[in-house]
Design a protein around this ligand. Structure first.
Ligand code: G3P
Ligand code: CA
Length: 379
């Protein structure tokens, strides 16, 4: 596959700081993040399909993951939760109200957490109609009735096409799911995603991340889950997700949104700053000391929106992460203006809802259109 060039090359001087300077003559001219990614077997720069191609199809459903895979995403991202009867599933929110018809199907239980439903019950929900209502310009009749997916079903999609993407799995609200890290290990092992990857093919036309050592990346916001992931799967690359406030990095100001006078949350988050450089550094040091190979910071997006958060991708932050040997994959970026700005600040890939747009930015546009791929799969 033709890899795109990083838009934000970092000075070779950083190489010495991470102890990579004498590795090879050519390494010194390469971005630090590229060297670090390749050392961990993680594709650089990484296109991480956030909940699948979730701008163009209902998040975390089959069309979203099939589309991401066939467009050429390097990784399929998913938020891992567990049903009452122990089935691992892909779902972001901790309840079902936003993305399913739970209020119609189980009116008395609509506020209950995902963990209180059995898999049989979750299977009966419509996880696609909300998308058609929320995004009529991208709606398709066939999205109605889409189902919540199990982790097994996402793995089936990852394995089922000519492109072979990796998996980028977040333990979501892990304190609600004691033991989920072990469950995940057992599932990945049973499906052959731990241990030595399959031999890499010579097919340069397709994604082959599934045959790289970093074919699975584990991610979490929770320090306790990072410790358990490291305990269960020490050999698998891990990323500590970073957030400002609420049990994560300490902000300079603790004025809550409701008292801030800001009109929307994106504007509020954009003005937030970390308490100090030392506070940021302490999170990087913790990540590094507990087995993380990278960090996943939030981004403030140019046009705001509900996935625009505090700017934790300032150049000095990315430089500090690289100096400590950590790669940087920010969430969740969808527009060219932000791909450019944040790449220039020195990151190593992105979580994106818009796989096709990020592939264009990295000069490796998808061969087929979104419409053609969705139609090919019957959507
Ligand atoms: O996992 C990276 C990013 O997805 C974190 O935010 O809330 O979309 O899971 P969230
Ligand atoms: Ca996530």
């Amino acid at each position: 596959m033709e890899r795109g060039l990083c838009k934000g090359l970092l000075a070779g001087a950083l190489m010495s700081a991470v102890g990579l300077m004498g590795q090879s003559a050519s390494a010194a001219s390469e971005p630090v993040g590229k060297v670090l990614s390749e050392k961990a077997g993680i594709l650089y720069p990484a296109v991480i399909a956030h909940r699948g191609a979730s701008y163009d199809a209902p998040e975390s459903t089959a069309p979203a993951y099939l589309l991401a895979r066939d467009l050429g995403a390097d990784y399929l991202e998913l938020d891992l939760q567990r049903t009452r009867d122990g089935v691992l599933i892909a779902l972001h929110d901790d309840n079902l109200k936003r993305t399913t018809n739970v209020a119609q199907r189980f009116p008395d239980r609509a506020d209950q957490p995902v963990s209180s439903f059995t898999w049989e019950e979750l299977k009966s929900l419509d996880a696609g109609t909300w998308f058609n209502t929320a995004h009529p310009e991208r709606a398709r009749p066939s999205f109605a009735g889409q189902k919540i997916l199990t982790l097994d079903e996402v793995i089936d999609i990852a394995e089922g096409g000519q492109n072979k993407p990796g998996l980028y799995i977040e333990t979501k609200q892990p304190k609600l799911f004691p033991g989920i890290e072990k469950d995940l290990k057992e599932k990945l092992r049973a499906r052959g995603w731990l241990g030595e990857p399959a031999a890499k093919t010579n097919d340069s036309q397709h994604v082959h991340v599934a045959s790289m050592p970093g074919r699975v990346v584990l991610q979490t916001f929770e320090k306790s889950s990072m410790e358990l992931l490291q305990q269960e799967m020490p050999q698998v690359p891990k990323v500590l997700l970073l957030w400002l406030g609420n049990g994560s990095i300490e902000p300079k100001s603790t004025v809550p949104f409701a008292e801030s006078g800001e009109k929307d949350k994106a504007a509020y988050y954009a003005k937030q700053e970390i308490k100090s450089k030392a506070e940021y550094e302490s999170w990087l040091d913790w990540a590094k000391a507990h087995g993380a190979l990278g960090v996943g910071p939030s981004s403030a997006l140019t046009h705001g929106g509900d996935q625009s958060y505090a700017d934790l991708v300032k150049p000095w932050m990315n430089q500090m992460a690289h100096e400590k040997g950590l790669i940087v994959h920010p969430y969740t970026v969808d527009e060219a203006v932000d791909f450019k700005k944040i790449s220039d600040a020195g990151v190593d890939g992105f979580f994106t809802n818009r796989t096709a747009e990020l592939l264009k930015f990295y000069d490796r546009p998808a061969k087929d259109s979104i419409d053609a791929i969705l139609k090919r799969h019957g959507y």
